[in-house]
Design a protein. Structure first.
Length: 447
């Protein structure tokens, strides 16, 4: 089939590349000339494991092309995906200006029947708005379908090629047949393509993300209570995650969820609830707890240094909102680094993929290092914000030689308490007792 993907970001590029991989002719469209220029030179502008192999193959075989020209991109398309941003507006609602702009532009350009597929995460009722915007100037028949995307950055290719399920919202049997045909190669193992009405499809995406954000937040609250009662959240996680009714995933306590999806999608669902006069109380708590959770470590750092962070050097490992991505949108690391800087600390940072993106925001306010150990040179403490695998088994003796103090504030619970105790570190993590090193010269306040 001939496919256009409008919006070539994390979702659009993965969608386009994966549908090219299943044999379709794909043109990805974006208004960002720099991005399209790089893609046309064979450069992938985002970090996403496994994408390069598929990208290279499909570009080489002529199935995957890029343009900034919408008319050219959609000219022959039977299916037009909208993978455009839906950032939060000031009141938390999803901002539909990008989607509706493209919908307005599409109307006069359509030359034959096409299925317009909304892949962006959008509030209930958006498909109707998109349909109305296109209908204003369309001279041909078309369908608008809701097809929310559930891929996770970092494993996006795998998620896309082997989805747990595909959700499609449509009342048109013609569009349904097109979508069935398109997704057939991805669901050969029997994972379902679930058809429903478009409003339910739109709502399904928000329900999924809000539920996952709630699951993480619940564990963060359990962690906070664990610290007070003297329990270990990792043991609780193992104890409840093995219950098949609960499941093992999204139970890791930490310094709060971030990223481009959970924060904005929870906010947007709360806004929809307000619009429909429903007080969705759990969502309000999820948002409030997560805001507090992102600030969990700073008071401990302040206490450790007796409120005197001026001229202290704090090393930071991990900037991305999660491992295997360079995405720093709503990453807890950023907020914490800004708090460190405003307290007068010097900050040295390392992240395997996200440093370029942070440079664009923080410039030379922090020192960017080429290795995790370089960031530790003469550091008074280490803070960890992303659970990149390379941070999991560091050389603690080497760290000791580099750092001024053996103290670690770990927002991702990477290390065993016994190991840190044995190595003589002062170690704060989330939902576990603090390890207070005996030979620490600092005043240590237990959390
Ligand atoms: N990133 C994820 O993990 C993820 C997962 C599932 C769903 N989603 C949803 O998918 C949507 C897209 O997210 P993303 O992370 O890919 O965003 P993104 O910001 O990475 O990409 C969006 C792209 O759209 C382009 N764009 C903006 N206006 C345009 C226009 N008029 N014409 C053509 N291109 C235009 C931008 O230049 C950008 O490249 C959002 O609604 C998001 O909530 C994201």
């Amino acid at each position: 089939m001939k496919i256009a993907v409008v919006g070539t970001g994390y979702v659009g590029l993965v969608t386009g590349t994966c549908f090219a991989e299943t044999g379709n002719q794909v043109i990805c469209v974006d208004i960002d000339e720099n991005k399209i220029g790089r893609l046309n030179k064979g450069e992938i502008p985002i970090y996403e494991p496994g994408l390069d192999v598929l990208f290279d193959r499909n570009v080489a075989e002529g199935r995957l092309k890029f343009t900034t020209n919408l008319a050219e991109g959609i000219k022959e398309a039977q299916i037009i995906f909208l993978a455009l941003p839906t950032p939060p507006g000031e009141d938390g609602s999803a901002d539909l200006k990008y989607i509706l702009k493209v919908a307005d532009d599409l109307g006069p350009l359509l030359e034959r029947y096409a299925v317009i597929v909304d892949k962006s995460t959008v509030p209930v009722g958006t498909a109707e708005k998109v349909r109305a915007a296109i209908a204003k100037s369309a001279k041909v028949e078309f369908d608008v379908v809701s097809n929310p995307e559930f891929l996770r950055e970092g494993v996006a290719v795998e998620d896309f090629m082997k989805p747990d399920r595909v959700v499609v919202g449509t009342n048109s049997s013609k569009a349904q047949k097109t979508m069935e045909k398109l997704y057939a190669p991805l669901v050969r193992q029997g994972n379902p393509v679930i058809f429903m009405d478009e409003r339910s499809a739109e709502m399904t995406k928000y329900a999924a993300n809000s539920f996952l954000a709630m699951k993480i937040t619940f564990m963060n609250e359990i962690a906070n209570l664990c610290e007070r009662v003297g329990a270990n959240v990792d043991d609780i996680r193992r104890g409840i995650g093995t219950d098949s009714r609960i499941g093992k995933r999204f139970l890791f306590a930490g310094i709060g969820y971030g990223g481009s999806c959970f924060p904005k999608d929870v906010q947007a669902l709360a806004k929809t609830s307000r619009d429909y006069d429903y007080d969705f109380r759990i969502l309000n708590s999820v948002m409030a707890v997560n805001e507090d959770q992102k600030k969990r470590l700073m008071p401990l750092v302040q206490d450790y240094f007796e409120g005197e962070l001026k001229d202290k050097t704090i090393a930071v490992w991990g900037l991305a909102f999660k491992p295997y991505t360079d995405d720093i949108r709503e990453a807890p690391a950023l907020e914490n680094i800004k708090a460190l800087l405003s307290a007068g600390a010097k900050v040295t940072v390392y992240d395997p993929e996200a440093m370029d993106n942070v440079k664009r925001i923080l410039g030379d306010q922090v020192t960017f290092c080429h290795t995790p150990y370089a960031a530790l040179d003469d550091a008074d403490a280490l803070m960890i914000f992303t659970e990149w695998p390379q941070f999991r088994t560091p050389d603690f003796e080497k760290m000791d030689k580099l750092m001024k103090n053996k103290v670690v504030f770990d927002g991702r619970n990477l290390y065993e308490l016994d190991v840190m105790r044995e190595m003589g570190y002062t170690y704060y993590s989330i939902g576990r007792e603090a390890v207070l090193s005996l030979d620490s010269e600092q005043l240590v306040v237990s959390n």
